[in-house]
Structures are given as structure tokens and as C-alpha cells.
Write a protein that binds this ligand. Structure first.
Ligand code: SAH
Ligand code: SF4
Length: 354
């Protein structure tokens, strides 16, 4: 790494860094920037995996239509509302409704659920229901949905096009994100780290794309190979994802915190699934959000985006999350955890001192 170099060299240097003592400086700085720009609060968002139905065939994901071994489900309205009540009772500020993409996950049905949640609970509603026609996004927004999460997964266009075929409307995820922001959603995006073929140049470009798109929420998680997917099979054979993908995830998160200081950055479920102590690692790297999974266990086993052997009942998960937050010297957020923008977004002085 060249201390005299420009910002690209500096970031690439950190992405390549392996010295634990030097990396301590990166983690510490990310935590300082988090404290300065987002405070000491960790916002809790209850994740409800409302359906694993999916007609797409993303090569990385276990919910892909081609995975015929998976029993499929769609939760009932009542079950979803019961989860929202749990989230509200536990003091969470947000529920995140996530699903695959399938004609049975109708926008009309989703609209009814969003309206019912907004009527009954003081919760923000985040949707993570994929690529849909633009008018669906608008209808859902009118029904009260507050935020939309759509990860661009990787800024490497060639890699992405090998993993997912575009919809017939020809819009890419960035165009959808622009539209979502335009019609009033807070937008979330993010990436996977450790995909076969990814390298430091890709992570650097991912970070610059965060700067360019300026998402209100930035979710960075390690890619976890699923043996029932084409990419998972390839990855397991070639021993990818790289063994250090959790460390690289932490570096990308910490650098995202420096580049986009007011963004909400979760300690992702993928990091917590792939690593013991993953939530703690996430908070240590500058995260200020945790998304405890409050999906009923019977469905969680079937929401197999990637293999997950450590699913906890929501009460146990809640206790564990409180313990991690306390151990990090932080406190549970008391409000919805909307993004708080500031005039000086770029933590330039901090950056120069690194
Ligand atoms: N269908 C929606 C939401 C469900 S997928 C969509 O595609 O956006 C939610 C996220 O799971 C994806 O954005 C992706 O980043 C993550 N994911 C899928 N498969 C994964 C894997 N094998 N390892 C890690 N993350 C994965
Ligand atoms: Fe379906 Fe989303 Fe998985 Fe792609 S990533 S297969 S759209 S659930």
C-alpha cells in the first residue's frame, strides 16, 4: 500500500491487507466514523421470509426454480401479521418482508399485507421482493411501504450476467434503484463477497458504486456455496468461495462505512451464518443494523438461499442479539432507524489519516 497514493490505491491497499495489527486501525476507524455519523444505536429489523417461491434461476441461490428438491411455501396473511406483532412487541423499528420472485407473490396480496402492518403497528416496512414491474413498486409505495432492498450483488457486469438473466423489461437493478428512490423509498443495496472469479478490483468498483448510488442501506455478505446450485457446485469443486471471504466482507463493510458514513450498514445474516460470532464481527467492522430472523422455524428451514444449520427460535435469537449489542458497547435503537443524512457525507479527514 502506498500512503502517498490516491484513494483507489489506498482502498486497494486495505483490501489486500492481511496484517492483523494494521487491520485493527481499519476496524477502529470504521467504528469511530459510525459513532460520529450514526451514533451508538443498533437498529433491529425483523426479517420475515414470506415465501420461497421463485421462478428465476440465479445461479448462486438455493431458491432458484431449478432447485426441485425444495418444498415451496407462501406464508398466510395471519402468520405474517403475527410475526410483525412479535417484532413490534420486541421493540423492533422495522420489518423486512423478503421472498423469491413468482406470479403467486402478487402485488395485490403484498399491498394488503403492507397496509395491514402499517395500520396495526408503528413499524417501518422494508420490501425485499426482487425485480418487479415499476408500477408494482409505485403501488406498494402508495400502500405505505417505506424502504426497498435490492442488491446489485456485484459491480462486475460480466460476472453478474453469468449469474442472472435480465427480465424482459431490460431494466437493470441500478435503474430500478434509481426509480425506487425517485418515488420516495429509502433504498438498500449491496453485494456478495467471495463469488468465484471476484477479485480486489471488483470490490474496489463495488465500493465506488456504493458512493455513486448512495444507498440508504448497504448490505455486504459473504457468498455461501449452496450445493444444489450451479455456482455452488462449481465453487465447492474449485474450493471457492475463498476461505477469507468473511475477512474480505469485513474489509468491504468497514471501507463502505468510511466512504458512505451515514448509511445504515447491517451485520448481515450471511456473515452470522458463515462465521461463529458473525454479528459481533459485523459490529466491530462498522455496522449499525442487525436483522434478526423472525420467520417461523418451520418455514425457515425451507427458505434455503444458502445452507443454514444454526437457525434459532426468535426469542433465543433476540437474547443473542441483545448480548452482542451490549458486548459491543452499543445500545438498541429506539426508533425506526431511518437514515440520517448529514451535510458532510464524506469522512475525508478520517480517510486521509488512515
Ligand atoms: N428475490 C429477491 C430477494 C431474496 S434473495 C432478490 O433476489 O433480490 C436475497 C439476497 O440473498 C440476495 O440479494 C443475495 O445477495 C442473497 N443470496 C442469495 N444466494 C446467496 C448465497 N448463496 N450466498 C450468500 N447470499 C446469497
Ligand atoms: Fe429468486 Fe432472489 Fe434467489 Fe434469484 S436471488 S433465485 S430472484 S430468490
Amino acid at each position: 500500500m502506498s500512503p502517498q497514493g490516491g484513494i483507489s490505491e489506498n482502498i486497494s491497499g486495505w483490501l489486500a491487507e492481511t496484517d492483523e495489527h494494521r487491520l485493527d486501525l481499519l476496524w477502529t476507524t470504521a467504528r469511530q466514523v459510525r459513532e460520529q455519523f450514526t451514533g451508538r444505536q443498533v437498529h433491529l429489523r425483523g426479517l420475515i421470509e414470506i415465501s420461497n417461491l421463485c421462478e428465476r434461476n440465479c445461479t448462486y441461490c438455493g431458491l432458484r426454480a431449478g432447485n426441485k428438491n425444495l418444498p415451496r411455501y407462501r406464508m398466510t396473511d395471519l402468520e405474517i401479521l403475527e410475526c410483525a406483532k412479535k417484532a413490534s412487541d420486541l421493540g423492533y423499528g422495522t420489518v423486512v418482508l423478503q421472498s423469491g420472485e413468482h406470479p403467486s407473490i402478487e402485488t395485490r396480496w403484498l399491498c394488503g399485507i403492507v397496509r395491514a402492518i402499517k395500520r396495526s403497528f408503528p413499524l417501518a416496512v422494508t420490501l425485499s421482493v426482487g425485480e418487479r414491474p415499476l408500477c408494482d413498486y409505485a403501488n406498494l409505495r402508495e400502500c405505505g411501504a417505506d424502504r426497498y432492498l435490492l442488491k446489485f450483488e456485484t459491480s462486475n457486469a460480466r460476472l453478474f450476467s453469468q449469474m442472472q438473466s435480465p427480465l424482459s423489461d431490460g431494466l437493470d437493478r441500478l435503474a430500478r434503484l434509481r426509480f425506487l428512490r425517485r418515488i420516495g423509498y429509502e433504498i438498500g443495496s449491496g453485494t456478495m463477497v467471495g463469488l468465484p472469479g471476484q477479485g480486489i478490483r471488483d470490490y474496489l468498483r463495488d465500493l465506488f458504486l456504493f458512493c455513486e448510488t448512495d444507498p440508504d442501506m448497504i448490505a455486504v455478505g459473504p457468498y455461501i456455496a449452496h450445493p444444489g446450485t450451479p455456482l455452488g457446485k462449481k465453487a465447492i469443486k474449485s474450493q471457492a468461495p475463498q476461505p477469507d471471504s468473511a475477512l474480505m466482507t469485513r474489509k468491504v463493510m468497514a471501507l463502505a462505512r468510511l466512504l458512505c458514513p451515514t448509511a445504515n450498514i447491517p451485520a448481515t445474516t450471511a456473515l452470522a451464518t458463515s462465521e461463529r460470532g458473525g454479528y459481533q464481527m459485523g459490529l466491530d467492522s462498522g455496522a449499525n443494523v442487525i436483522m434478526p430472523n423472525i420467520t417461523p422455524l418451520v418455514y425457515r428451514a425451507q427458505y434455503e438461499i444458502y445452507p443454514d444449520s444454526a437457525a434459532l427460535e426468535h426469542e433465543d435469537m433476540h437474547r443473542e442479539v441483545l448480548r452482542v449489542i451490549e458486548a459491543a458497547g452499543m445500545e438498541v435503537g429506539k426508533n425506526r432507524g431511518d437514515r440520517r443524512r448529514q451535510r458532510t457525507e464524506f469522512a475525508a479527514p478520517t480517510w486521509k489519516s488512515l
